[in-house]
Write a protein that binds this ligand. Structure first.
Ligand code: C2E
Ligand code: MG
Ligand code: MG
Ligand code: MG
Length: 292
């Protein structure tokens, strides 16, 4: 496959340490072939919307692997292996290319929202990562401000200097930064002080529990207030019910993402979904259905 032509090898540094390492190596070998096939690595896209109006405010790329024998694999089933291998760079390149192509498509249809791409923590320790991002933007002639990079947690303290450097260069290039799964990592609160972000995404677990748990509701309220004070966007993740929507609106949360509004959809369906959301009135949003 293409990956082999580029001289990549599969990372093996902890092979033998766990029972599944053989599986993982097989998976990585198959992934090299998947890069050569056109349609195995694909994105599903999920809009983020204004909680009151349902107007799209952004759209997140969520990777899927249509494996020839195992069927559709979710990120949890293959990302950990990818992240520990040398395939992370070509994988990230493919995801950026697919995401920027999808964004060009909805832009051409008059929908001007940015695309969000999830970034592996390990990419933030790669000094070449900012250049990979700017090169992808150049390939697609996309302004940096149309790309949001979603980052999660902490990386090893020993690598903090390089992470700070990578984040500073990404910021300087004009891409937007989002703190994903906010509230779950030990680093959540310190993250917002050590680097400027444009957006905070409140983890789904708090949205799920907020109706029954005053503590979870307090976390949501705290995140909303923090966002307002910092002047950053706040997005609640994983909203599934009309009750959650009402509760989030009552707490002043501006926007959300979740099955209640729209499930993640294949790229060829997303323009229609975004258009439908834009045209829907606040009171009568019917959830859009796609993959489960
Ligand atoms: P995330 O970035 O926090 O993405 C949100 C996850 O919640 C997605 O799972 C999405 O499909 C799911 N979700 C959205 N709305 C709802 C809802 O209303 N209810 C429930 N129960 N779930 C909802 P998915 O697609 O399996 O992705 C899981 C994680 O994998 C993502 O979490 C992200 O951290 C990572 N990921 C996904 N795509 C990529 C990628 O291209 N690169 C990297 N490095 N990581 C990725
Ligand atoms: Mg995300
Ligand atoms: Mg998240
Ligand atoms: Mg999450």
């Amino acid at each position: 496959g293409r990956a082999k032509e580029q001289g990549l090898t599969v990372g093996t540094y902890d092979s033998g340490q766990d029972a599944s390492s053989t599986d993982r190596l097989a998976l990585l070998a198959e992934l090299q072939d998947a890069f050569a096939a056109d349609d195995q690595i694909m994105l599903h896209l999920q809009p983020a919307v204004d909680l009151v109006t349902a107007e799209p405010t952004g759209c997140e790329a969520l990777v899927r692997w249509r494996h020839p024998r195992r069927g559709q694999l979710s990120p949890a089933e293959f990302l950990p292996a990818v992240e520990r291998s040398e395939l992370l760079i070509p994988f990230t390149r493919r995801v950026l290319d697919l995401a920027l192509a999808a964004a060009a498509d909805w832009t051409a249809h008059g929908i001007d929202v940015p695309v969000s791409v999830n970034v592996s923590a390990r990419s933030l320790t790669d000094p070449t990562f900012p250049a990979q991002v700017t090169e992808a933007l150049r390939r697609h002639r996309t302004p940096a401000s149309r790309l949001v990079l979603e980052i999660t947690e902490s990386v090893a303290v020993s690598e903090q200097d390089i992470v700070d450097e990578v984040l500073a260069r990404l910021r300087a290039s004009g891409v937007q930064m989002s703190l994903d799964d906010f509230g779950t990592g030990f680093s959540s609160l310190s993250s917002v002080t050590r680097m400027p972000v444009d957006e905070i995404k409140i983890d789904r677990s708090f949205v799920e529990e907020m109706i029954d748990s005053p503590a979870a509701g307090a976390v949501v309220r705290g995140a909303v207030e923090l966002g307002a004070r910092l002047g950053v966007r706040v997005v609640a993740e994983g909203i599934e019910t009309v009750e959650q929507r009402a509760a989030l609106i009552a707490l002043g949360c501006p926007s959300a993402q979740g099955y209640h509004f729209c499930k993640p959809m294949p790229a060829d369906k997303i323009v229609q979904a975004l258009t439908q959301l834009r045209g829907s009135s606040s009171a009568r949003v019917t959830p859009l259905r796609a993959d489960g």
